[in-house]
Design a protein around this ligand. Structure first.
Ligand SMILES: [Mg+2]
Length: 174
């Protein structure tokens, strides 16, 4: 069976807006306040022509009981339906050493097994160094979306863009 290429997106600060506190992004898990970036629909619609779409997201506030899992799931369901994402992988752990938690590549490699994905032809896209490191460990190409909080020095992405829409100039989807 021929392997498919995929796009792995981070969730918060990549496809949906976050709150920023002390120069750090804070995940929004209130479905009423869910807000997509203006290019999220367009990017997903175009990339879907050639790639299977996934989200891989750390949600450690569930593990540490600051937020409820059901709130994460309701926001995920809305994103999945609106953007036509194949599957959203969550890591709820707040411990550092979980193999699924970014910067570890466990969520990406799990998706690759479940959906027969060709990781070398795939991209990991995110707004934080953890996203880029997880993508590199999984042998994907990586794109960092630059933010005021971007910790570029901690990673070497293959590409850096100013906003989500710019990834369509890098990834060939026709
Ligand atoms: Mg993020």
């Amino acid at each position: 069976m021929v392997k498919e290429p995929a796009i792995f997106f981070d969730r918060d600060g990549t496809l949906i807006k976050t709150n920023i506190k002390n120069s750090k992004p804070i995940a929004n898990n209130n479905v009423e306040k869910l807000s997509f970036f203006k290019d999220s629909y367009k990017v997903c619609k175009f990339l879907k022509k050639k790639y299977r779409l996934f989200i891989v997201t750390n949600q450690p506030d569930v593990g540490s009981k600051k937020i409820k899992k059901k709130d994460v799931i309701s926001i995920n369901n809305k994103i999945k339906n609106e953007l036509k994402i194949s599957k959203i992988y969550n890591c709820y752990c707040y411990k550092i050493n979980c193999k699924f938690k970014k910067p570890n590549p466990g969520m990406i490699t799990k998706a690759a097994k479940e959906f027969n994905i060709d990781l070398k032809k795939s991209y990991m896209i995110g707004d934080r160094w953890k996203d880029i490191v997880s993508g590199k460990k999984a042998k994907c190409k990586t794109i960092l979306i630059k933010k005021s909080y971007s910790e570029v020095a901690k990673c070497k992405p293959d590409y850096i863009v100013e906003n989500l829409g710019e990834i369509l100039k890098i990834i060939n989807y026709e």
